[in-house]
Ligand binder design. Structure first.
Ligand SMILES: [Zn+2]
Length: 381
């Protein structure tokens, strides 16, 4: 046993050395018995329904059943084999915002509200799972229905003490190599303090920028791609699902293109945020929250289809950064009622499918979700 263990580690070191010589990373290479790749997820999807608690899912299910005239209809995420419950509190135990929660998910560390992948003091950067994955050769996709420099997506590639520093966050999206495919809304921080237009900077760096379905479909894999919908609202977000037009890009099709553009032998990590679920709940607009949740679930269905084709390598995790609006079943049992216009401490549902999915069972905190994802991607802290 001892000797076998030593022999395996010798092979491992030699393999690591050869790969280093070839400029490749060891993790992600899943050929040969000497590489302990078993149980590792090569294609990883992390879906974050911003503000999506248990009753946001329940209200969307009720709407789905009614409109589909099918009393047994279920959301794709609710049909995942593993279901857990996740606490979301920020450092110090208070109700989290999307920045601290996004940081917890992206880095595995609790922090205070407003921080983007930085510690509570606002002085230390916290390395993100997307950065670690990118360093090991995986391709990275960051998709959202709101602007891509908003708190949740920002936590995967930027490090700033305050989520309101949009110009700095947008700058990081372009000038750091973390993100290969950025899609959905636009960038609130596109115009820099010195008047520079970041999209011009992006083009100079060879980033392909597309705004329509046709242009996106024509892009070939191999370059960094930004796909910002041709029509954005004042906050650089996608139009509300309730007001969307047939030519607006959807989270589901962005996910499909993410897979197409990022698929490669080293694997990929794709984060998809349903950002407007939260916005709808902040204004206690249940109809919009439901429609945004259903559009988000359609993107989850795209990942599930991919997982069916590559079951041995794929992990899909669906969670939320926090609940918004303290939604509850209405008294008397008809429908759901908001209890506030802010975030709540309600635990959020977490659903998992594929390689290592069972590790997301039971009660967790956002930082546990992060640690388990990182481990399953072969990342050490
Ligand atoms: Zn919110």
């Amino acid at each position: 046993m001892q000797r076998t263990g030593r022999w395996v580690s010798v092979v491992w070191v030699v393999a690591a050395f050869i790969c280093a010589l070839q400029g490749r990373t060891v993790v992600g290479a899943d050929s040969g018995a000497s590489v302990p790749a078993a149980g590792k997820a090569k294609y990883v999807f992390l879906f974050i329904g911003d503000g999506m608690g248990r009753y946001q899912r329940a209200a969307a299910t009720a709407y789905l059943r009614e409109t589909a005239k099918n009393p047994d209809a279920v959301l794709t995420m609710d049909a995942f084999p593993v279901q857990g419950e996740t606490l979301t509190d920020a450092a110090g135990g208070g109700v989290t915002d999307s920045a601290a929660a996004g940081t917890a998910l992206a880095t595995g560390h609790k922090t205070t509200n407003k921080r983007i992948a930085m510690d509570a003091s606002g002085r230390e950067d916290l390395r993100t799972m997307a950065e670690r994955a990118r360093a090991r050769g995986m391709k990275i996709g960051i998709l959202s229905s709101v602007s891509l420099d908003h708190a949740t997506p920002a936590c995967f590639y930027a490090h700033v003490p305050s989520r309101n520093e949009y110009a700095k966050i947008a700058h990081a999206a372009i000038t750091t190599p973390t993100v290969d495919f950025l899609g959905g809304g636009g960038l609130l921080g596109q115009k820099q303090g010195d008047g520079t237009d970041l999209l011009e900077t992006a083009k100079k760096q060879g980033i392909i920028l597309v705004r329509t379905r046709k242009a996106l479909a024509a892009v070939q894999p191999g370059k960094r791609v930004f796909a910002f919908n041709h029509r954005l609202d004042k906050k650089a977000a996608l139009p509300w699902v309730t007001a969307s037009k047939p030519d607006d890009l959807t989270l589901a099709e962005l996910t499909r293109h993410g897979i197409r553009l990022l698929d490669n032998p080293q694997g990929f990590f794709i984060m998809v945020e349903g950002g407007k679920i939260d916005w709808a709940c902040h204004s206690n607009d249940l109809k919009s929250a439901v429609r945004e949740t259903l559009a988000f679930d359609e993107a989850v269905a795209v990942a599930r289809e991919f997982a069916k084709a590559r079951p041995a390598d794929t992990l899909v995790v669906v969670t939320a950064d926090h609940e918004t609006g303290n939604l509850r079943p209405a008294k008397g049992g008809a429908g759901y009622r908001f209890g506030s216009k802010g975030h709540s401490a309600q635990p959020v549902p977490t659903s998992a499918l594929g390689v290592g999915a069972e590790r997301f069972k039971g009660k967790t905190h956002l930082v546990d979700i992060s640690h388990r994802l990182a481990e399953l991607m072969g990342q050490s802290e």
